[in-house]
Design a protein around this ligand. Structure first.
Ligand SMILES: Cc1cc2nc3c(=O)[nH]c(=O)nc-3n(C[C@H](O)[C@H](O)[C@H](O)COP(=O)(O)OP(=O)(O)OC[C@H]3O[C@@H](n4cnc5c(N)ncnc54)[C@H](O)[C@@H]3O)c2cc1C
Length: 498
């Protein structure tokens, strides 16, 4: 009888949490720590061990804690937030975001957490988007203003694609041919659309683009993947459908005041249990009645269940046993992450006044997107720092170099193309998401056929090991996707923990 009551209480609590999570109500649900610890044995360190203190791991941890479960988080680095990472003010003035930047108005979970854990939302802090009049294109060794581009001799794009930043000109077409229903955010994984899980290159070829033009619009400073050949058009459809939903939402997005990293920090501060920082996990084994987590330093932890929130690129560096099989294994091995490398500078003078060109540049060379950032809330027109934000093959090429050689090469490239930059930039900070064993890139991108092949299987549990993280999100992307995945996995495990 006593047990039945306890089970009923646990079910009620889960239902309330599910409702609160899914309806995204702001009301906090605190049940008192360990008020209903579900039979953690003496030999166990927790009910659930969560690997990774990014948004997915922290969101799951808080839901477990609110439901009375004992949780321990194990994080490889000495920092909370994972791919949400704000530069320190002492490293880069204006503390730009090195990772997750824009928070959409439809990021219900992120906005809810910001409110619940006491961080304020402020205006968006554009990073790779320039304000009107502040961007010049650098294409084939020429400076070209956006208004000159549509009729410029170097613009060989097909009719209908000649106007606007090359990286965006195809989006209108992708929107027109998008087969996904606008209200079904999960449809991109539906096998009935599998014929669209094909290369973006093939779609652009059909539209009459030359290979050089495809390289310009999809392989230059692309925010997704590396080139058109290796990215599925279905991923763009998903992004467009999702952006449509974001735009239709009435919420107010932007950025967290003081930097987005303040959100995972506030979540961690609200979490009353143990977070082990600087504790890389080496292997995870699922056994008959428990999971054993072994750290790089040889220490082990045990819990009935383990929730792994690592990106696939970091996951393939650790040993899971029994190992993933079949298509899930293929997914863990093959899912790739968008390369991003950033070089940050402080401008010593107003170089743009010297040559009369806009301060930011969109370059088809090693300078990437060179952006003059304005991150001073008190003085929104002041350039606080500049960043060479490198993507695609450029990021991969730079990432392979020794850091000092990479800095010298990118700085020289900037000075060569724009003489007013000579002596105008103080290099201040280098950051790579590629050569980073705990990230392996910025966010997952899907190559042709991969969504059909393994998107629906990446989060399949392996014995007692469960999976979350941005790459397993179904309805959302980025930071909101990470939160969604943590929520899904927490409820999945609460059902098992009882
Ligand atoms: C450059 C960049 C730009 C972005 N822009 C946006 C944007 O504008 N909007 C948006 O919504 N999203 C954006 N994102 C994506 C967003 O930041 C991520 O999707 C989200 O933060 C991922 O959260 P996660 O919890 O799934 O993974 P992570 O944050 O990666 O968390 C995983 C954690 O696991 C840890 N870990 C890894 N290996 C181990 C190990 N062996 N042992 C223990 N711990 C380990 C990592 O250190 C990390 O803390 C961007 C990301 C980047 C990098």
């Amino acid at each position: 009888m006593k047990n039945e009551k306890k089970i009923q209480q646990s079910i009620n609590r889960r239902e309330m949490l599910k409702k609160s999570g899914l309806a995204l109500a702001a009301a906090p649900f605190y049940f008192g720590l360990n008020s209903c610890v579900s039979g953690a044995k003496k030999t166990m360190d927790a009910d659930v061990i969560i690997v990774g203190a990014g948004l997915a791991g922290l969101n799951a941890a808080l839901l477990f804690e609110q439901a009375g479960f004992k949780v321990k988080i194990v994080e490889a680095t000495d920092r909370l937030g994972g791919r949400v990472h704000t530069a320190k003010e002492s490293d880069v003035p204006g503390h730009p975001e090195l990772g997750g930047n824009g928070i959409g108005g439809g990021y219900a979970r992120v906005l809810d957490a910001a409110q619940k854990y006491g961080v304020s939302m402020g205006p968006m802090r554009p990073r790779t988007e320039a304000r009107k009049g502040e961007l010049v294109y650098r294409i084939k060794n020429n400076f070209i203003l956006p208004e000159e581009w549509p009729t410029h001799d170097l613009n060989t794009l097909p009719e209908g694609y000649r106007k606007g930043l090359p990286a965006y000109v195809t989006w209108g077409h992708f929107g027109k041919i998008n087969p996904l229903p606008e209200n079904d955010l999960a449809a991109w994984r539906d096998p009935k659309y599998k014929d669209w899980d094909k290369s973006t290159y093939s779609v652009l070829k059909d539209e009459g683009f030359s290979d050089d033009d495809i390289k310009l619009v999809m392989g230059t400073n692309s925010s997704y993947g590396v080139d058109a050949q290796n990215i599925s058009i279905m991923m763009y459809f998903q992004i467009l459908t999702w952006i449509g939903q974001q735009n239709a939402s009435t919420g107010k997005g932007g950025a967290i005041v003081g930097g987005n990293q303040r959100l995972p920090e506030a979540m961690a501060a609200a979490f009353k249990q143990d977070i082990m920082l600087s504790s890389p996990v080496k292997s995870i084994a699922s056994e008959a009645d428990a999971t054993t987590i072994t750290l790089d330093n040889g220490n082990t932890l045990r819990a009935p269940y383990c929730l792994v929130t690592l990106p696939a690129s970091a996951l393939r560096r650790i040993q899971i046993s029994p190992s993933a099989q079949g298509i899930q294994q293929k997914g863990f091995q093959n899912l790739d992450y968008t390369p991003v490398v950033q070089l940050h500078y402080v401008p010593k003078k107003k170089y743009w006044e010297e040559d009369g060109l806009p301060p930011s540049m969109w370059c088809d060379n090693l300078a990437g997107r060179f952006m003059a950032l304005k991150n001073d809330l008190q003085d929104p027109d002041r350039v606080t720092s500049c960043v060479a934000f490198l993507n695609s093959n450029v990021a991969l090429e730079i990432d392979k170099m020794k850091q000092e050689d990479a800095i010298a090469l990118v700085t020289k490239t900037l000075e060569d193309i724009r003489p007013s930059l000579k002596g105008a930039l103080d290099f201040t900070y280098y950051w790579t998401w590629v050569n980073n064993p705990y990230a392996g890139g910025a966010y997952a991108y899907w190559k042709p056929g991969e969504i059909t092949d393994f998107a629906n299987n990446l989060a399949d549990p392996i014995g007692r090991i469960h999976f979350a993280g941005e790459h397993t999100a179904v309805m959302n992307r980025g930071m909101e996707g990470a939160m969604e995945s943590g929520e899904r996995a927490a409820f999945e495990l609460m059902d098992l923990l009882g």
